[in-house]
Ligand binder design. Sequence first.
Ligand code: 4AD
Ligand code: MG
Length: 467
Amino acid sequence: MKDIRRSRVKQLIEGAIPAEQQTVDVKGWVRTRRGNKNVQFVALNDGSSIKNIQIVFPLDKFSEEQLKPITTGASLHVQGALVPSQGKGQSVEILAEELEVYGTADPAEYPLQKKGHTLEFLREKAHLRPRTNTFGAVLRIRHALAFAIHNFFNEKGFYYFHTPLITASDCEGAGAMFQVTTLPVKDAPRTEEGDIDYSQDFFGKMAALTVSGQLEGELGATALGNIYTFGPTFRAENSNTPRHLCEFWMIEPEMAFYDIRDNMDLAEEFIKYCVRYALEHCKDDIEFLAQMYDNELVDRLKHVCEEEFVRLTYTEGIEILEQSGQKFEFPVKWGIDLASEHERYLVEKHFRKPVILTDYPKEIKAFYMKLNEDGRTVRAMDVLFPKIGEIIGGSEREESYEKLMKAIEERQIPMKDMWWYLDTRRFGTVPHSGFGLGFERLVLFVTGMQNIRDVIPFPRFPGNCEF
Ligand code: 4AD
Ligand code: MG
């Protein structure tokens, strides 16, 4: 091997290195191998692009024996001349001069030996599926979206505020929590009443994984002005749907002095920025997924960037649903929590664009949402998307200490561990707003995938914690 710098496949394919018989060095995994008695063609992928680089092995230079370990999944180091390609499908290829095999992948054993596995099959092989075209594309898009999110908020002067993953409060009420404890499962210490004695636990009280960073985020916003969180959240609900995970990532901006309109404006601008960023930076990957799974994908993404989102109240939304003549699995009437079928009817059938639904009945929303003058609705806002349903949930927050306490009492929420949250309303309280974007739902939308378990490397759902 010559002492030369490695190139990424993406650089070679995109012409960053001129194809003028110059020797290049690549490393990657074999996707396919084909050929005849005179020449063998190997498609090599190193994760930098959906595209492979073709490597040509002339059999007068390489023996059968030398090439034998080159099977799908094997890892190689190759040096050779980068030349314009003779064949169709690629502009350049490498005429191999040197070969080193890092690792073989026995074709009888390697699970991804064949092409065209179902997504269900690949879910069982989550440890290897990033090596497929589909998951390579999804994971590069996921990265780009995460990057876009930080870009967006950084450009706007928001601070990335890190909220704890282990918490002692469950006031959000967003879902069942995963407990965090170091007490022995068997023979846990008991109080005189016979309950588990958490005063002897690691934190001296019951603790769990967070369902949302919002409450702590509000502490940040009422000091720094505008903040956002971006981290994993955990919900121990037993929902086996294509849109729920037990461990998912959420982005939660929280802004002092924003009312619900400012909040909606920000949400719309934010999500359009992310989708546009992906369209601009992940063209090859999005086109690949469109071609494989969803030929309306690119149009749908462009449409979302161009259209103004519809804004209407929950009450208006219910009226539309009632008058739709549509048969829903869950009957519609004022007061119900909208199901995905209702949300998608409004977005996909009625308006044919994203909808921001506001002013929900207070009974179906969280305690911290600002009460409207009517006394029965709160200043909530859900952003509803085609194919997805709810992608963002948020609200203007109740800044009045008295009204907030009333909402807490009505819901009989135990507030003994929440004094720190209430202090935001006791000392220098301000009007403020925020929302939460489910990161995987955004990735689901941008990739056009059908199941949320296919847009995170290692999905957590009931009964699944293998990899
Ligand atoms: O509507 P949610 O429960 O709102 C909150 O947690 C608020 N604290 C947000 C805020 O105002 N700061 O969740 C927000 C979003 C949903 O709109 C959805 O996109 C996503 O998080 N989400 C889930 N994504 C995947 N799996 C789950 N189990 C999810 N639950 C919610
Ligand atoms: Mg919600």
